[in-house]
Ligand binder design. Structure first.
Ligand SMILES: NC(=O)c1ccc[n+]([C@@H]2O[C@H](COP(=O)([O-])OP(=O)(O)OC[C@H]3O[C@@H](n4cnc5c(N)ncnc54)[C@H](OP(=O)(O)O)[C@@H]3O)[C@@H](O)[C@H]2O)c1
Length: 211
């Protein structure tokens, strides 16, 4: 059942994915597998998501970017270069959790001005609580583990906001992953980034964890 606002009848979602490309689809698939409702949006509008939502079933709900931004937790699965455009399409980011799934393999290091890419994304989503997660695995590998029964695929989680980090870890666990919290972005989170054009040490690490 979709959540609705009791007075206005407006549909709002707890989770939304912005971007329906490779990694957005892999995330939507993970929600669909566990029958957890999630909105999905892309730049071309909800009608272009018909075949995806038909394939993944009723828990994956096509929305406009503006409506998807109303969710409590938004997975940003767009090219890094598009993050500002998404941020501008909504004004009430206060308190929302934005999960930064972007990577910057194709971004010149000087464009980042010495900052981590997630710090730049965080600046665009004013008032939101930014969490870096779900970016370290190629889309084709996300959700394909565990290969061994009883183990779960590790998802790394980093944020300057401990509560937001915990909330994303909870969702990751509900989706069947084993969250590993790394702490602050500029400390444990650094290896989740491309820095100086070089992938951090945790990118592409497809690990499994017992339990
Ligand atoms: N692919 C991977 O294996 C992988 C793994 C980890 C992280 N990442 C990172 O995740 C991000 C997405 O990668 P991807 O490979 O999934 O890219 P992709 O296949 O090219 O898909 C990008 C998606 O973003 C949407 N989009 C672009 N600009 C937008 C805007 N202004 N507003 C709303 N939606 C917008 C596109 O909409 P349309 O469909 O309408 O064009 C598309 O659905 C990148 O930052 C990438 O570095 C990718």
């Amino acid at each position: 059942m979709l959540s609705t606002h009791s007075e206005t009848g407006e549909i709002f979602m707890k989770y939304a994915i912005i971007g329906s490309g490779e990694i957005g689809t892999a995330l939507a698939r993970a929600f669909a597998r566990k029958k957890i409702e999630v909105a999905v949006a892309n730049s071309r509008g909800p009608t272009t998501l018909a075949s995806l939502t038909e394939e993944l079933g009723p828990n994956v709900v096509p929305q406009s970017v503006q409506d998807a931004c109303k969710a409590e937790m938004i997975f940003l699965a767009v090219p890094f270069s598009a993050h500002q455009d998404v941020a501008k399409q909504f004004e009430q980011w206060n308190g929302k959790i934005v999960v930064d799934v972007t990577n910057t393999f194709h971004v010149a290091p000087e464009e980042l001005g010495g900052l981590l890419s997630s710090e730049i994304v965080s600046q665009a989503f004013v008032g939101a609580r930014l969490v870096k997660a779900f970016n370290h695995l190629p889309a084709a590998e996300l959700g394909t583990n565990p290969s061994v029964k009883g183990q779960r695929q590790v998802v790394f989680v980093s944020s300057d906001d401990a509560d937001a980090s915990a909330a994303v870890s909870t969702v990751a666990a509900e989706l069947g992953f084993a969250p590993v919290e790394l702490g602050r972005l500029d400390e444990g989170g650094v290896p989740l980034h491309v820095v100086g054009g070089q992938p951090g040490g945790l990118l592409f690490q497809n690990l499994e964890k017992l339990g």
